[in-house]
Design a protein around this ligand. Structure first.
Ligand code: NDP
Length: 323
């Protein structure tokens, strides 16, 4: 495993990490989660990503139970949560957003569900236009000072708002957001490569990137339809199926298909190719893997072996194939 600093912080995260969205608490029960986390740990993964909203809190319960059963040393791994969407189906006004009220409640609840004393990483899952950014910054700083959180960050915030949060933190000597959690993959690049480009140097921003396989599209598994046991085959994920497969009139599908020969040329799977491509970006602190079963995780972990082959010439060919 390779370990990378989370931006300018001293925290070293494994370049590959494991997340719980859609999988834990739905496709993956405690026994399967235990097997997958054990496999991840054995391969050097030290960061496990979660959120209050994943399976309405069940993903955190499953991850907490699996971590407990494995008895991993608490000072050897990092676990995250995120607040904004709420942990219940129809949240009341105080049960969602980034107010002091919800962030404090959500943090306590995540600690209980994950069965840990502190969160290593705590994210504001989306921007909240109804809460002043200063209220959020002061609250996150206070959670750190109370020992409940180690590092705080944002997810899918515009660069201007991240800058604003830093300005508030700087003015009042508060902890500033250390990391962002944006979507980043071969088909979704703009924010990480262009919008955030000045922030890496200016603010020391780290990134924990999500959906490296565009929810599985970049594995090639959707080239000939939607397998019933896949993420996009799940009945209550029709909105995701629409977003991943049908937006742009199928252009994303076509672009994904153009990458398959490049992976085949290297003799690696499309998934390994796509993950290695994410790792090749030095501004990516960690690539959060998603997997509904252990065999996928084992396959995806081998992306680290593909990384040394992602040279400038190959990256240029990828860009040409996607144009
Ligand atoms: P991916 O884009 O990598 O999609 C993962 C899914 O693709 C798996 O669950 C599996 O679904 C399928 N898959 C994975 N590997 C293979 C393989 N080798 N062969 C075939 N199918 C495969 O990542 P996610 O979208 O899951 O994102 C990763 C993590 O990022 C999440 O778990 C979460 O922690 C975080 N995240 C954060 C968000 C945010 O807003 N901050 C938003 C979304 C995710 P299946 O088998 O069911 O088809």
């Amino acid at each position: 495993m390779e370990y990378r600093r989370l931006g300018s912080s001293g925290l070293k995260l494994s370049a590959l990490s494991l997340g719980a969205w859609v999988t834990f608490g739905r496709q993956v029960d405690v026994a399967a989660a235990r097997e997958m986390i054990a496999c991840a740990w054995d391969h050097g993964i030290n960061f496990f990503d979660n959120a209050e909203a994943y399976a309405f809190g069940e993903a955190e319960r499953v991850m907490g139970a699996a971590l407990k059963a494995l008895q991993l040393p608490r000072d050897g791994y990092c676990v995250s949560s995120k607040a904004y969407f709420g942990a219940v189906e129809d949240p009341l006004p105080t049960q969602r957003g980034l107010s002091r009220k919800h962030l404090a409640d959500a943090c306590e609840q995540a600690l209980r569900r994950l069965d840990v004393d502190y969160l290593d990483l705590y994210f504001c899952h989306r921007p909240d236009e109804d809460t002043p950014v200063a209220e959020t910054v002061w609250t996150m700083d206070s959670l750190i000072r109370q020992g409940k959180v180690r590092y705080w960050g944002t997810s899918e915030w515009p660069a201007a708002l991240i800058r604003e949060a830093h300005a508030v933190a700087h003015a009042h000597h508060l902890h500033a957001p250390q990391m962002e959690q944006p979507q980043y993959n071969l088909l979704h690049r703009e924010r990480v490569e262009v919008e955030y480009a000045p922030l890496y140097g200016e603010l020391g921003l780290g990134t924990t990137i999500w959906s490296p396989l565009a929810s599985g599209l970049l594995t090639g598994k959707y080239a000939h339809g939607v397998p019933a046991d896949s993420r996009l085959g799940q009945p209550d994920y029709a909105w995701l199926r629409q977003a991943v497969l049908e937006e742009d009139g199928g252009a994303r599908r076509a672009r994904a298909a153009r990458l398959l020969p490049l992976a085949a040329e290297l003799g690696v799977s499309a998934a390994q190719f796509a993950i290695a491509w994410c790792l090749a970006n030095p501004h990516v602190s960690t690539v959060i893997l998603g997997a509904s079963r252990k065999t996928q995780l084992e396959e995806n972990l081998k992306a680290l072996d593909v990384l040394p082959r992602m040279n400038a010439a190959l990256l240029a060919r990828v860009d040409a194939a996607l144009r």
